[in-house]
Design a protein around this ligand. Sequence first.
Ligand code: TRP
Length: 429
Amino acid sequence: MTRVLTGITTSGTPHLGNYVGAVRPAIAASRASDAESFYFLADLHSLIKAQDPARTQRSTLEIAATWLAAGLEPDKVWFYRQSDIPEITELTWFLTCVAGKGILNRAHAYKAAVDRNRADSEDDDSGISAGLFMYPVLMAADILIFKADRVPVGRDQVQHIEMARDFGQRFNHVYGRDYFVLPEAAIDESVATLPGLDGRKMSKSYDNTIPLFAPRAELKKAVSSITTDSRAPGEAKETEGSALFQLYQAFASADETAQMRQAYAEGIGWGDAKQKLFECIDAQIAPMRERYEALIAKPADIESILRDGAGRLREKYAIPFLAELREAVGLRDLSQQPKVDAKAAAKSTLPSFKQYRDSDNRFYFKFMDGDGVLLVQSNGFDSPKEAGQLIAVLKRSDRADAMETPEINLLVPVQDVLAALRQLREAEA
Ligand code: TRP
């Protein structure tokens, strides 16, 4: 069964834009598909920006309550909190050790922070935490730990999914098996971005949002503050570019939207149009608002829903998978020595030096390739120390003239000797 995984940032208080752009389509998708769905609160990620503990806790509560109130069914989908799954943080380290730093240097969020510093003539990394830099690795762990096939995201997150693929692939390559499924980003083009009060995209950073669960009176006040033009009642209005119309369309049925379009053409007054918009939003939000308030009033219930989700998920997937990965990287039970160590086997096929004393009582060495073919034979030395010193010199050298010493005889072309020395150096590095 396809696995679909959605990460929810736990910062701020959800607004109508989050609802229309993320919550509503995700919940509809969770009901429509027969996929195995994962929804989680990315609270560890939130620490990168939010370092006020009370707000972190509050925001996690509000966002959990929002998803539940909006209809997420924790007995049909996996619903959990990232920080309840310690295996995610452990996997983050394994991935950190295969992730290319150069790839992280290219992450948009990090690069944008560096660019801002440059514009302000600051040090490149001034004020940038390692957490911001490592963000994509933690996100990759979120995705890879549950072998998600598809990750629905906005355009700004596509690069992160590509990085998750890259880190997963490197791990698979280094440890020689397909431990990780490589995820695909799924971008939903049909979801429109909602305009805010001033007509720009609704976003906390523009301070133009309408809180999702504002009390009725507050919602009404917010709707009445939406920017319109100055056309009087009776004058025909443009739907094109009208934030009010777009907001209406996001909540109304197709029929209602057609009627509103007609009303615009017939010169509906802005006051009336705002009243209709308010009623339309409120009709859809009111039942959810009621559930939301009931949930927020019982935080212990939300806590136990989240813990239950994480507990089951750890048992079923996270704990066994991390056990497999620990084994893969070599964090193993010392009492269980492998019969044939693959690394040791690989070593025995490497070129090697052998020191020995011959019947003339002098000290010699030879250098052989992995198959035991003799490449270099030394002459006799008075002491093993002298033989060892020349071996050390040869091991370091990458130049043909270093091989031109009378103390050794090459039995193969000098290039082959140099290649074997290089192979040995790489294996020992
Ligand atoms: N970075 C995502 C965002 O800002 C949130 C997130 C964290 C996420 N981990 C994830 C999304 C894993 C998808 C998969 O929206």
